[in-house]
Design a protein around this ligand. Sequence first.
Ligand SMILES: *[C@@H]1O[C@H](CO)[C@@H](O)[C@H](O)[C@H]1NC(C)=O
Ligand SMILES: *[C@@H]1O[C@H](CO)[C@@H](O)[C@H](O)[C@H]1NC(C)=O
Ligand SMILES: *[C@@H]1O[C@H](CO)[C@@H](O)[C@H](O)[C@H]1NC(C)=O
Length: 400
Amino acid sequence: MPLSLISVFVALLVTSLVWSGAANPLQRQKIAPKVVIISMFGDEAEVWHKRLPDSGLGDLADVQTHVPGLSVQYPHVYCTRDYSICHLTTGMGEINSAATMMALTFSDKFDLRSTYFIVSGIGGVNPKHGTLGSVAIARYAVQVALQYEIDARSIPKGWDTGYMAFGTKKPFEYPTIIYGTEVFELNEALRDVVFRLAGTAELSDSEATDAYRLKYTTMGRDFTPGTQPPAVIKCDAATSDVYYSGALLSAAFEKTSAVWTNGSAEYCMSAQEDNATLEVLVRAAVAGLVDFSRVIVMRAGSNFDRPPANVSTYAHLAVLDQNGFHIAIENLYNTGIEIVNGIIGGWDCVFKKGVAPMNYIGDIFGSLGGEPDFGPGSLTCGAGVSSGGAGDKRTAGQKA
Ligand SMILES: *[C@@H]1O[C@H](CO)[C@@H](O)[C@H](O)[C@H]1NC(C)=O
Ligand SMILES: *[C@@H]1O[C@H](CO)[C@@H](O)[C@H](O)[C@H]1NC(C)=O
Ligand SMILES: *[C@@H]1O[C@H](CO)[C@@H](O)[C@H](O)[C@H]1NC(C)=O
């Protein structure tokens, strides 16, 4: 082919590619899922991929979308053919979950303004509130390890813990240096709706799991919930990159959760991501990209956060098998699918317009408007932050 013909051919080809990109509306349309399910690692994800087709709601293998900035281990968002349900995996811990959620919510491939987000992960369960296989739906999430730490072997006499909030001089005082991610509060009215939906699920259990639960029976009435069969419960989540275990640390973080929420949070599940995910969703909500009243955090107990009587903390954490992992994973799906079904089935009548929150929702700064019922008060006198920001004068390291 003469050179001139080749260049005409190439020019035509380029023109047609550009034209088809611009003219094909499907190519330009953003994916606007009704529900996004968020897992943190492979096993949590797999149960959704494997079992969703049986629900009749679709197959997550149908649409695979690459989003720049997702975890290198989990670089795709998966959606059903009608795009109503999507799923992604963040990678574990606070940094992975924040980075992944930032990439998703700020991606121009998605329109998430009406999307319900379900954080669906396993956690360490507090036997005073629940048991292995129980599924907790949270109102508060507290980043409990955002503190100073003195090693337990060198703490002052009479202290219960080596943790002190930033800007304080002893344990269990309210932090005076606020990072902004200490506490998040979610839509309680939505939690009540999804609690009822999840409550219709049949939960998985096993005899081996029951054997470990029964070890808590001699520990008194406070620990009765730990000895019971799994259930769907309402209580709150603690976030910490440090995977802590044992009666002392668990009691310290239980108390931290209560102090930082001014007495409101009932800590029952520990995990490593929720506050990071929620911080990103607050920022995306400030940017008008998501609706923070549509966020659900559920955690299923895969292990107890502290050992039963006469079992050492080390043996509890690293030697004995509590046999909670498998049923926790199954119960995330068993309850989660009822919620997804309820949202999709009730879309036109209820969920499209949303479940209006009656409580404060958002972070400790009051970024989304309103007056937090915990912490030192809204930074913006209740007005919230506009996309341009709240002003830079009260920022890093500020004293509350
Ligand atoms: C983490 O998020 C939970 C749930 O919204 C909230 O109760 C908790 O206070 C948050 N903690 C931190 C330290 O951000
Ligand atoms: C724990 O061990 C002590 C001392 O050996 C014993 O008296 C007690 O009954 C044990 N408790 C349980 C719950 O096994
Ligand atoms: C929460 O408790 C702290 C410390 O006692 C206090 O300074 C703050 O005003 C309280 N916030 C609310 C909303 O009650």
